[in-house]
Design a protein around this ligand. Structure first.
Ligand SMILES: O=C(O)c1ccccc1NCC(=O)[C@H](O)[C@H](O)COP(=O)(O)O
Length: 211
């Protein structure tokens, strides 16, 4: 199976264009307050316009007020929303856009055990290495041998980088991998060489994996 790739936390049109050229499946745009990658709706709209059809634009939030999510949904028309905080199922689905729910793996597997029941309409779960209540995008990985079965497509995130993503894909066989800091030169500024190496490594792992 071809592992899908999501690059998250892009802040520059040139980074979006290169990600698309490299064949990534989804681009994550961060609207979480306090993040070094946080965009205004205007900045987000400009980046979104560089995402062509058949590549998903994902708008990411962490406990934002509903009015902020609505404003981004209206302006950007994202393909997917990603909720990173303690948002309820009802809140996540109230915008009428399919959503991914992040599950924090840094505090152990307890959140993961409840996520499947708590978010019945999530299109996918994204397992991330940070502790519950903490922001992501900080390169924190978790034990890849402790991946729960959640009955939905699984995005593996947290501390992935060109040097370790092939191993992660071989161990977990996720639906998709998601990376932010591991392809950056500085927070929010993606590095072209690392973006290319990350994609190459995922494809290498896909070729060597049994069908
Ligand atoms: O990227 C951020 O700054 C951020 C802030 C607040 C909540 C979530 C955030 N990012 C979440 C992501 O989707 C990251 O891609 C994910 O945590 C993986 O990050 P990394 O370990 O740096 O690859």
């Amino acid at each position: 199976m071809r592992t899908r790739i999501k690059f998250c936390g892009l802040t520059r049109p040139g980074d979006v264009r290169l990600a698309v050229e490299l064949g990534v499946d989804a681009i994550g745009l961060v609207f979480a307050a306090g993040s070094p990658r946080c965009l205004t709706p205007d900045q987000g709209a400009s980046l979104r316009s560089a995402v062509p059809p058949l590549v998903d634009a994902v708008a990411l939030f962490m406990d934002n007020p509903g009015s902020e999510v609505e404003a981004v949904v209206r302006r950007l028309k994202p393909d997917l929303l990603q909720f990173h905080g303690s948002e309820s199922e009802a809140f996540c689905r109230s915008f009428g856009v399919p959503f991914i729910k992040t599950v924090a793996m840094g505090g152990g597997a307890s959140d993961a055990a409840t996520a499947r029941k708590r978010y019945p309409s999530a299109s996918a779960f994204l397992l991330d290495g940070h502790a519950p209540g903490q922001p992501g995008g900080r390169g924190e990985r978790f034990d890849w041998t402790q991946v729960p079965s959640l009955g939905r497509p699984l995005f593996l995130a947290g501390g992935l980088a060109p040097a370790n993503v092939a191993e992660a894909v071989r161990i977990v066989r996720p639906y998709a991998v998601d990376v932010s800091s591991g392809i950056e030169g500085a927070p929010g500024l993606k590095d072209g060489g690392r973006m290319q190496s990350f994609v190459d490594e995922v494809r290498r792992a896909d070729r060597s994996a049994p069908e």
